[in-house]
Design a protein around this ligand. Structure first.
Ligand code: AMP
Ligand code: ZN
Length: 292
């Protein structure tokens, strides 16, 4: 039984004083946890699993080139610094915001960035390349906060670093696998060519190049009446390989690809398409999610 987005958002999430920032109810989390476990069952063998915190090194993100492409989405952790007198006077003057200093941390805008830096520390890749399963609470300074567009959300990603063929084949394997996953969840979907929201005037060019070279696909699922990108399938060419000097076993610059799951959007899509009570969802969907 489909539910309108105006009904599901307030039933499942609680607003907590900032647009696009929500507290999750137990039933929302239950479905999120079971969906995470279902996704884990699709993980390929020999994949390294890492759970990242919601913050990451500012320098690492700068090196990754994030500020060239998406400076408008970034959030930086700023802190009050100095001795007690300095901090107290900044707070008491009411002007503490102007005294803030950027720390060495930013809020993670996606889960996969630290992976490439990690690989850079260990030398050449093995013959078969390297696979990762990573997750993080992510932040994006979104311009709008319509249903399903959060400022703070969880991203789960499978990542491949290897030869161009390994990276491309990884993405090619994942598209049908992701289709199968959402079909088991009985969600309507489409896989479409897509581009990232690159910054500024030059961004338009980067976006069209991305589409021309088929670098990004998205799985779009309706949440209420709005088709919403719930997963993305990304081929980065040698962007991270060149940035971090990642080398394949035969010494060539590595390529990479990643498959990203937007957890909140997928959970919202389940409720929007099957109704507010998970225990009343179609039997096959409950079985897939191990919802007894
Ligand atoms: P992207 O790196 O932009 O391809 O994002 C990967 C996935 O994260 C998307 O397919 C969405 O499901 C999810 N996502 C991205 N931005 C948001 C947002 N503002 N709110 C909720 N989910 C998001
Ligand atoms: Zn990624």
């Amino acid at each position: 039984m489909k539910a309108a987005i105006e009904t599901i958002m307030p039933a499942l999430l609680r607003t907590v004083g900032a647009a696009g920032v929500y507290a999750r109810t137990p039933v929302f989390e239950e479905v999120n946890d079971r969906l995470s476990l279902l996704i884990s069952r699709y993980r390929e063998p020999a994949t390294e699993v890492l759970h990242f915190p919601p913050v990451m090194s500012r320098q690492l993100l700068e090196t990754s080139g994030y500020l060239d492409s998406f400076p408008h989405l970034l959030g930086c952790v700023s802190c009050l610094e100095g001795d007690e007198m300095k901090i107290r006077s900044a707070v008491e003057s009411g002007g503490w915001l102007t005294t803030l200093k950027a720390s060495e941390l930013v809020l993670a805008p996606a889960a996969c960035y630290p992976v490439y830096a990690l690989q850079a520390e260990v030398g050449r890749l093995p013959d078969e390349g390297r696979l990762f399963d990573v997750s993080a609470f992510c932040f994006r300074h979104e311009a709008t906060s319509e249903a399903g567009r959060l400022q703070s959300f969880r991203m789960r990603e499978f990542v491949c670093v290897g030869t161009p063929t390994q990276a491309l084949e990884f993405r090619s394997r994942w598209i049908p696998r992701a289709r199968q996953l959402v079909e088991r969840l009985e969600l309507p979907y489409e896989v479409v060519a897509a581009s990232d929201p690159f910054f500024g005037r030059g961004g338009q060019l980067a976006a069209s190049r991305q589409i021309e070279q088929s670098l990004k696909f998205e799985m779009v699922i309706p949440i209420g009446s709005a088709p919403t990108a719930c997963m993305s399938f990304n081929y980065h060419l040698d962007h991270f390989g060149s940035t971090w000097s990642l080398r394949t076993a035969d010494g060539a610059i590595a390529h990479s690809s990643c498959v990203a799951f937007g957890m909140e959007r997928l959970v919202l899509a389940l409720f929007a398409n099957h109704g507010l009570d998970p225990w009343q969802w179609p039997a096959a969907v409950r079985e897939a999610l191990h919802l007894a």
